[in-house]
Design a protein around this ligand. Structure first.
Ligand code: T5A
Length: 216
């Protein structure tokens, strides 16, 4: 059985990460590999509680570094109670957003000091880097329109969906910069592809980087 692997999915709003996470888990399960889907912020009861307070916008007035601290507090609990135990059991973990979201949303777009962000990341993840990060690249106008279509009637935009288009364009570039800086970990995918085609492209990356030809 292939060794447990940690895959993260990243990208702007409505890029299709949750949809892709389900498709990848099905592909792994078809090979007999147990795969657990989780998300950030959230993924554990304590982290889900923190998610609610951040996405409601309650922390926004405290500034981007305070938000980074909250995302990190949620991540520490998520890693300790969910991700590491799953990997220790031998399960693969597919996580919808992880450390790159903090780097990009709070670090780059929130303009928090890079050295401070790097120190915070180091203590938060305590060595748990993803084996593979798939970055779903999409024009934010398309992604935000998808996110808007998915909202229930009368449901308000969340903390980050409410930001300007320029903010979201900046996020897109920041993700591409992460991918360029860490090509050994990151693969950029065209998120305008139809869900099946996107899942196929993602699977090619997963199988090429994390599985041997005998395991596929
Ligand atoms: N955040 C998070 C930070 O600022 N810092 C951090 O450290 C972390 C961890 C999380 C917010 O928090 C921020 C980033 C976010 O703003 P969220 O609600 O979890 O908020 O938001 P997202 O992660 O952006 O999740 P979304 O659910 O909005 O988007 P997904 O998961 O990328 O998209 P998905 O799969 O739900 O699809 C959206 C819609 O598009 C359709 C789907 O059917 C759905 O209707 N769709 C497609 N349509 C066409 N083609 C495809 N390939 C499609 N894939 C999906």
């Amino acid at each position: 059985m292939p060794q447990a692997r940690f895959i993260t999915l990243e990208g702007g709003e409505g890029a299709g990460k949750s949809t892709l996470a389900r498709a990848l888990a099905q592909r792994l399960q078809a090979l007999g590999i147990a795969a657990e889907i989780t998300r950030e912020p959230g993924g554990s009861p304590k982290a889900e509680a923190i998610r609610d307070s951040i996405l409601s916008g309650q922390i926004k007035s405290h500034g981007a570094f305070a938000e980074a601290l909250m995302f990190s507090a949620a991540r520490i609990d998520h890693i300790d109670t969910r991700i590491r135990p799953a990997l220790a059991r031998g399960d693969w973990v597919i996580c919808d957003r992880f450390l790159d979201s903090t780097r990009v949303y709070q670090g780059v777009s929130g303009a928090v000091d890079p050295a401070l962000m790097a120190e915070l990341e180091t203590v938060t993840i305590d060595g748990l880097m993803p084996d593979l990060t798939l970055i779903l690249d999409i024009d934010p106008e398309i992604g935000l329109a998808r996110a808007a279509r998915r909202r229930a009637p009368g449901e308000a935009k969340d903390r980050f969906e409410s930001e300007t288009l320029d903010f979201h364009r900046g996020l897109r570039q920041a993700y591409l910069d992460v991918a360029a800086a860490e090509p050994q970990r990151c693969v950029v995918l065209d998120a305008t592809l139809e869900p099946d085609a996107l899942a196929e492209a993602a699977w090619r990356a997963v199988s090429a980087r994390l599985l041997t030809p005998q395991e596929v």
